[in-house]
Design a protein around this ligand. Structure first.
Ligand code: COA
Length: 197
């Protein structure tokens, strides 16, 4: 079984000092919260996300490219993970990105996305700790509010996390082709050109 990798040996998405200490200290001694690391592909990050939605089987190269795309936007993307110290695998994850506005006195808004806790670890307040960490980062980096979308069945969870229901979500989906993706973006897996033989 792989041994636990300390933050000092990892290439992290952002400074771990942004994660509120009081949130980290409320995790069990068997768990550690930190920013996403460039090598978390090998620590089951995508398997945990699969409890939320279908997750493509990215290669290490595609995963690394996505990580670098996030990191190339300063002060914008923050993904936190909870890692089991025993197995060195990710058991909980959540992300927030910061939107710069022209309104609200040039305010910033934090948007929470992709909250997931491994099935075997649900009910241990890990989802709550991930949300507390993300809202703490949102507040500490100057956001005047934090918002998210969720299904009806998750409304009670987010209420427990201190959120209230406001307005409605609307969505319109698009067909993404390789030609429509910006050069700096990561291509969706289905559109990645096949290697030349
Ligand atoms: C939703 C999810 C993140 C919650 O994580 P979790 O670690 O199991 O939840 P927690 O233990 O932190 O729960 C915190 C509180 O919310 C409550 N809660 C959690 N999920 C709930 C639900 N679906 N309905 C009602 N209450 C819920 C818990 O009972 C707990 O209440 P308590 O403080 O009174 O004990 C997790 O179940 C999950 O990954 N689900 C699948 C993916 C998903 O739906 N993600 C959210 C996308 S918007």
């Amino acid at each position: 079984m792989p041994s636990f990798t300390p933050d000092s040996e990892l290439d992290l998405l952002f400074s771990p000092s942004l994660i509120p200490g009081n949130v980290k200290s409320q995790l069990g001694a068997d768990l550690h919260m930190r920013p996403l690391a460039k090598t978390d592909h090998s620590r089951s990050h995508l398997s945990v996300l699969a409890v939320l939605t279908s997750t493509p089987d990215l290669t290490v190269e595609q995963y690394t490219q996505a990580f670098e795309t996030l990191r190339s936007c300063p002060n914008t993307y923050y993904t936190v993970v909870i890692v089991s110290r025993e197995t060195d695998t990710v058991v909980g994850v959540g992300s927030i990105f910061m939107e710069q506005k022209f309104t609200r006195n040039l305010g910033r808004v934090g948007h929470i996305e992709d909250i997931a806790v491994d099935k075997s670890m649900q009910g241990r307040k890990l989802g709550l700790r991930v949300i507390q960490a993300l809202t703490g980062i949102s507040e500490a980096t100057g956001c005047y509010k934090t918002i998210l979308n969720c299904s009806d069945e998750n409304i009670p969870f987010y209420k427990k996390c201190g959120f209230e229901k406001k307005e409605n979500e609307m969505a319109r989906y698009h067909t993404v082709t390789a030609a429509s993706v910006l050069p700096t973006a990561v291509l969706p897996v289905a559109d990645v050109p096949s290697p030349r033989l």
